[in-house]
Write a protein that binds this ligand. Structure first.
Ligand SMILES: C[S@@+](CC[C@H](N)C(=O)[O-])C[C@H]1O[C@@H](n2cnc3c(N)ncnc32)[C@H](O)[C@@H]1O
Length: 317
């Protein structure tokens, strides 16, 4: 199926600007370190403390499982970032001993071409991609370098995803980490299912991390759906996002993963090391505790795996 562009896609693309500005705000307040986010978003208005804390939990939880994945398979592996937006994980890993063999990022061409442009303009980003004698090919809003590929595609079109992954050098035999941070919610359930089914079949040693809304059937969920609709973003489908975390995990099992677990973000927050929580809590006063709790109960992290190597990934590992 070919990609059919719609006005809703514009609103979906705008969610990336929002996420990047929120991340920059939280980074500047000291929630976590990210030297690269400042290249991708202008300094926006200061966000509410519950938003900053929510973003901290989101980034910290993803990092926790990325680390568990890398601990088990080492750096001879690949990361595929679905709906990558302006995520900076590639550069953050480059500054550690955990830079991976191949890192592939996929998003709408409108997003990847902007990301390419920003990378091209900023030496600090470009030099991490380009080895001294290496080559970087930037063309048509895409970037190819040794170990990093940024590719435009519509995740609703399986054929396109397949072609782009092949162009990015994705290898079925390598341990693979699939990231879907606030992305699948923008796909219709049948399109998200088709994508995940295909990816689960393509990679026998794989970890999938999904962070997005859950429990949207209740009143608080209805407010969240209305807020998205007000921005022109299609409402998350009840068939998937009304689900509680255990049902979200069951959905991934049915799509071909061997094991899957999911937690709402309240559970994730409580499982973070006490020092981390205490440090984050000292950064800003939080008046709206109930609001944060409600927000946390309406976002989930789901971890689905294939292969014995990853069977024991857990929140408290
Ligand atoms: C909320 S942003 C999240 C970006 C990034 N994952 C993060 O967490 O910072 C959602 C991203 O998903 C991308 N996206 C949504 N639907 C897509 C589709 N059908 N094909 C490609 N990208 C898509 C959007 O363009 C946007 O960059």
């Amino acid at each position: 199926m070919d990609s059919v562009w719609s006005a809703e896609d514009e609103a979906i693309i705008a969610t990336n600007t929002d996420a990047t500005e929120c991340k920059r705000c939280a980074v500047e307040l000291g929630y976590w370190k990210d030297e690269y986010i400042c290249y991708f978003a202008k300094r926006g208005e200061r966000k509410a403390p519950e938003i900053n804390r929510g973003y901290y939990a989101r980034v910290r939880a993803m990092e926790m499982f990325i680390h568990q994945f890398l601990e088990r398979c080492g750096t001879k592996c690949q990361i595929i970032n679905l709906g990558c937006g302006f995520d900076t994980l590639y550069w953050r890993l480059k500054d550690t001993t955990q830079a991976v063999s191949n890192f592939i990022e996929l998003d709408f061409p409108a997003v990847t071409s902007k990301k390419c442009h920003i990378i091209k303009r900023n030496k600090q980003l470009l030099e991490k991609i380009c080895k001294e004698d290496g080559e970087v090919a930037l063309r048509g809003g895409e970037l190819h370098a040794d170990g990093y590929h940024l590719l435009g595609c519509d995740l609703r079109c399986p054929g396109e995803v397949r072609r782009k992954l092949a162009a990015g050098g994705a290898a079925g035999a390598l341990p693979t980490l699939l990231l879907a941070e606030c992305v699948l919610v923008y796909l219709r359930p049948d399109a998200a299912d088709a994508l995940l089914r295909e990816l689960a079949a393509a990679f026998p040693r794989v970890v999938l991390l999904v962070y997005e809304q859950c429990n949207l059937a209740d009143r608080f969920g209805a407010v969240m759906r209305d807020q998205l609709a007000a921005r022109g973003v299609p409402a998350p489908a009840p068939a998937t996002h009304a689900l509680a975390p255990p049902q979200q995990a069951a959905r991934l099992l049915a799509l071909g993963f061997d094991a899957a677990r999911a937690w709402d973000m309240d559970a994730v927050w409580r499982a973070l090391p006490e020092d981390d929580r205490a440090r984050a809590e000292r950064l800003e006063m939080l008046d709206e505790r109930e609001l944060l709790l409600q927000l946390n109960r309406h976002y989930a992290l789901t971890v689905a795996t294939r292969g014995a190597l990853f069977a024991d990934l857990d929140l408290n590992a």
